[in-house]
Design a protein around this ligand. Structure first.
Ligand code: GLN
Length: 310
């Protein structure tokens, strides 16, 4: 990695923001629910945290957006904490090569989701949390509040409601897993919890801060262990192979960092030992990942020489 002085780093982030913004207008805001379809498309933000506690930003980095599937990263962290190795009974660790909400493999692979970052896998994680947590929704929000040091984080209830009203594919996945004996709680209850996780609103600054422990062997900057070093390595590996659905290969090729995207237009990326990063721009590419966000991470990785493959 190139050593970049702070003022130079901020300048670079602004240049990257300008370049990435040129893609705005070429993607499409998620429109599967009305509450997301009305998001103003012309927005971009970037935040980068380092292990000295510095936060560097560019664009609308304080603007909260729907974290959507980025929640899958944090619900996995909760489930790893509770279940340890047992979590992997009935849950795979392979990239799917399919869209995030595909049902195809789930039938042919006996109700075992490929990984925790596609919808089927995240629903299974929520099912497991439902079995062991008294209030799974509340607990995820509390974890995110403490990691981001932002007590004001909230769920957008309109998004959550809309998510449940238009959640037929997710319901189909959950029932299919149930039919294979790999889902233990009432489907409606788990769907509600999943929808609430997706509907949490956070800014790029909040998300970059919340994910910083993944760049720091599982520890927050004040020494709280969120995951062990081994668990952190494994979560980062899963982010690298599965975090961007059927675009995970392209993301590894062009960016080279563990990452997790959401249809709200956010992408979190980790440079282990150095940085956590969050970019946001609501317009998506065909794979359901932020178009300008993906490009910004590619530029950032190239400019600063960041990659886990170097
Ligand atoms: N709420 C979305 C869904 O379940 C999350 C998907 C995503 O962000 N890729 O379809």
């Amino acid at each position: 990695m190139k050593q970049t002085p702070k003022s130079e780093l901020l300048k670079q982030l602004d240049i990257i923001t300008d370049k990435a913004r040129s893609l705005i207008g070429k993607g499409k805001v998620a429109d599967y629910i009305p509450a997301l379809a009305k998001v103003v498309p012309d927005q971009f933000a970037l935040a980068l945290c380092d292990l000295d506690g510095n936060v560097y930003t560019s664009g609308d980095a304080n603007k909260a957006f729907s974290i959507q599937s980025i929640s899958k990263l944090f619900s996995l962290v909760q489930a790893v904490n509770i279940y340890g190795e047992d979590l992997w009974q009935g849950l795979g660790r392979e990239p799917s090569g399919q869209r995030f909400n595909s049902l195809v493999q789930l039938e042919s692979e006996n109700g075992v989701p490929r990984n925790p970052f596609i919808n089927a896998g995240a629903l299974l994680v929520c099912d497991r949390l439902e079995s062991r947590c008294s209030a799974p929704n509340f607990q995820l929000l509390e974890l995110l509040k403490s990691l981001s040091e932002n007590t004001k984080l909230r769920v957008d209830h309109e998004v959550a409601r809309s998510e449940m009203e238009h959640g037929s594919r997710n319901a189909a996945m959950a029932y299919l897993m149930k039919a294979f004996g790999n889902f233990h709680n009432p489907v409606e209850k788990v769907l509600e919890s999943y929808a609430h996780h997706c509907a949490i609103e956070m800014s790029c600054i909040d998300l970059a801060k919340a994910a910083l422990f993944l760049a720091n062997q599982g520890q927050t900057l004040n020494g709280r262990e969120i995951l062990s070093a081994l668990e952190t390595k494994r979560v980062n590996a899963l982010l690298s192979t599965c975090g961007l659905y059927d675009e995970a290969g392209e993301f590894a090729f062009k960016v080279g960092l563990p990452g997790k995207s959401g249809v709200g237009g956010g992408i979190v990326a980790i440079y282990p030992g150095h940085y956590s990063i969050c970019v946001w721009s609501p317009e998506l590419n065909v794979a359901g990942n932020s178009l300008a966000g993906f490009y910004a991470l590619e530029l950032l990785a190239d400019t600063l020489g960041l990659s886990v493959y170097l």
